[in-house]
Write a protein that binds this ligand. Structure first.
Ligand code: ZN
Ligand code: ZN
Length: 378
């Protein structure tokens, strides 16, 4: 292995794996020592009122702007600087490379929270033995153990800060932003995570996309799906040329393909035909799957019938292989269970489901064309 000064004389790309690892550890140690020095300066600066000369509301705000940092990162440095005189053992551990600056920020936040009950000797041992993330977890337990009342007060404050903002983009897409308290967030994740798992080996959606699908599935599926109200003309539902789009509550107008899906299983939505209300009544027996029929369908299919998908029947809709608008019936032969994603793929995604000779469902992908058609001869 090379000596440290030699490691720095060589381009990272030319270093062997051992020397590159050594360089990374050494560089981070130097940065951590600089962070400690920066934190001392930040706390000294915060003790003055100098930040007011530039019109900054707080010292953290001044540091955030002039040192090009995020607010929480600046606040962490001031907190460490404020407590560093009480952190003799932890600073020694940092200098010796046994803990990182990230451990110090956790230590400072814990000292802020528990005040005079803070015990460095207990915590520095834990800091040496654990990663910063795990140490943060341990410090949460420590805070509860030494002052359960203030711990609970912190939770109440989190709940008070909850909010969810829904705004509609110009094309109708919904933007979500918000903050949930730790417990509320955990409940949401407990509901979403099982639905966001990959639905089989063929599932190549990113985690973010699976989570987005899971949220919509949560609203559309399950034992008590949200009632979505759609108003459509019969021409739109039949996808006739020249038909207008359909109206949907809380949405911009939606396509006939989407109406077809929403109308496929009446358990999901209500479709009101705005001019031909007679027709919906006539079609009702073809559209609505009876409760015994639905139980038989669930017993037969068990889960989504898309090849390789194992979404259980409670998270599926009854798909008409021949849509009721084209004469399909609610007989079991014409129905299969599909999960939200695969139901979407069949109606809006352009996929076809075909029953093979052995009764198994086969999928036919949509025909995709890239770019304009080749130009013919003049
Ligand atoms: Zn369908
Ligand atoms: Zn499925």
């Amino acid at each position: 292995m090379l000596a440290t000064q030699d490691v720095y004389a060589i381009d990272a790309a030319d270093l062997g794996a051992d020397d590159l690892r050594e360089r990374l550890i050494h560089q981070r140690h130097v940065i951590d020592l600089m962070e400690l020095s920066f934190s001392r300066s930040a706390a000294e600066f915060a003790a003055t009122q100098d930040y007011e000369n530039d019109g900054s509301a707080t010292a953290i705000d001044w540091i955030r702007i002039h040192c090009h940092m995020t607010g929480p990162a600046a606040a962490d440095r001031v907190a460490v600087g404020n407590h560093v005189s009480e952190f003799g053992q932890t600073v020694d551990a940092l200098v010796d490379g046994e803990v990182g600056f990230a451990h110090l920020t956790v230590m400072a936040r814990t000292a802020d929270a528990v005040g005079s009950k803070f015990n460095e000797t207990v915590l520095v041992k834990k800091a040496r033995e654990n990663s910063p993330g795990k140490f943060h977890h341990i410090c949460r337990h420590y805070r509860h153990a030494v002052d359960a009342c203030s711990f609970a007060a912190g939770e109440v404050e989190q709940v008070e800060n909850r909010r969810l903002k829904l705004s509609t983009w110009f094309d109708g897409a919904l933007l979500l932003s918000g903050v949930l308290d730790s417990v509320g967030g955990a409940a949401l994740r407990a509901a979403l995570e099982p639905l966001a798992r990959k639905s089989g080996a063929h599932d190549d959606r990113s985690r973010e996309r699976r989570l987005a699908d899971a949220l919509v599935e949560l609203a559309c599926g399950g034992e008590q799906p949200a009632q979505i109200q759609v108003t459509s003309s019969l021409d739109t539902l039949l996808a006739l040329a020249g038909a207008a789009a359909a109206e949907m509550e809380f949405s911009l107008p939606v396509s006939s393909r989407t109406v077809e899906r929403l109308a496929c299983d009446s358990g999901i939505s209500r479709v009101l035909l705005d001019s031909e209300s007679m027709v919906i009544d006539v079609g009702r027996s073809k559209r609505v799957v009876s409760e015994p029929g639905r139980r038989a369908l669930k017993a037969r299919d068990g889960s989504c019938r898309w090849p390789g998908c194992d979404r259980p029947s409670s998270w599926t809709a009854a798909h008409h292989l021949v849509h009721w608008t084209r004469g399909g019936t609610t007989d079991l032969d014409n129905l299969i269970l599909l999960c939200h994603r695969h139901h979407w793929l069949v109606h809006e995604g352009g996929w076809q489901l075909v029953r093979g000779d052995d009764g198994r469902m086969l999928t036919v992908p949509p025909t995709v064309t890239f770019g304009p058609s080749p130009r013919g001869p003049d």
